[in-house]
Design a protein around this ligand. Sequence first.
Ligand code: RIB
Length: 314
Amino acid sequence: MQAKVVIVGSLNMDLVTRAPRLPRAGETLAGQSFVTVPGGKGANQAVAAARLGASVAMIGCVGDDAYGEQLRTALLAEGIDCQAVTPVSGESTGVALIVVDDSSQNAIVIVAGGNGHVTASVVDSFDALLSGADVIICQLEVPLDTVGHVLKRGHELGKTVILNPAPASGPLPAEWFAWVDYLIPNESEATALTGLPVDSTASADAAASALLKAGVSKVIVTLGEQGALFASASRSEHFPAPKVQPVDTTAAGDTFVGGFAAALADDKSESDAIRFGQVAAALSVTRSGAQPSIPTFAEVQASAAHSAAQGHQS
Ligand code: RIB
């Protein structure tokens, strides 16, 4: 089966500690637990799209070490096409050092390792995967030149191109916007891209307007428990988030992006794809870790049916 969703992005091993709170500068805190779990925004989105119903291929690089092998094995176990997950000799695999606090917030430091080797020429050697895709997704944990190259190629090929600008530290090259069908930032990324404060539906709407003016065709600002704000030239709509008790928000954004892409690849409407991604992301925050927290299609369906039944009763 040809991959309908192709992700060009990062694979990280997440080194995760739980602590009562995030440490302050110069402080040493005692953590409560430590685990290593497969992560990386690109790989998380690949796993989300696969568990949520899409046929998926991943383009990325790992080191020639044990973590690289474990990450590849984890993707293969999800049925993801890993022919383009390339080991780089003499390099270490990307890692993310993550602290999760008692209020389920996190702080993350990433070290690129193999992810820094995802060049345009690596991607070009797997052009057949891009050509066979319906939806192409990029994030910003691989070199920016490569991201621009993939967005442009995806647009030339007439694919649906999604950019999750994460992590974002400032404005993006303006020419990228014409190549992107859906730009999906969270609050802090929307702020980094526009310079506008984003912490509410109204401020997300203002940031989305600025991004539309800059040339993006559609924007979805994810706002955590405040839901998501969709905006295009013709309309703007707020989608409330399902209510859940959060345990760990790591990979919630990735789950939304992967779920949204899987639903689009399955010809769902844009609004249904957003709602589907939201239910998936809400389930993911009730569980710990990146890839282990991502729900299956059946779990999302059951959760959506349960919420609908509750809605009818109230
Ligand atoms: O979005 C969550 C991811 O960000 C983690 O899995 C970590 O690897 C970092 O890339």
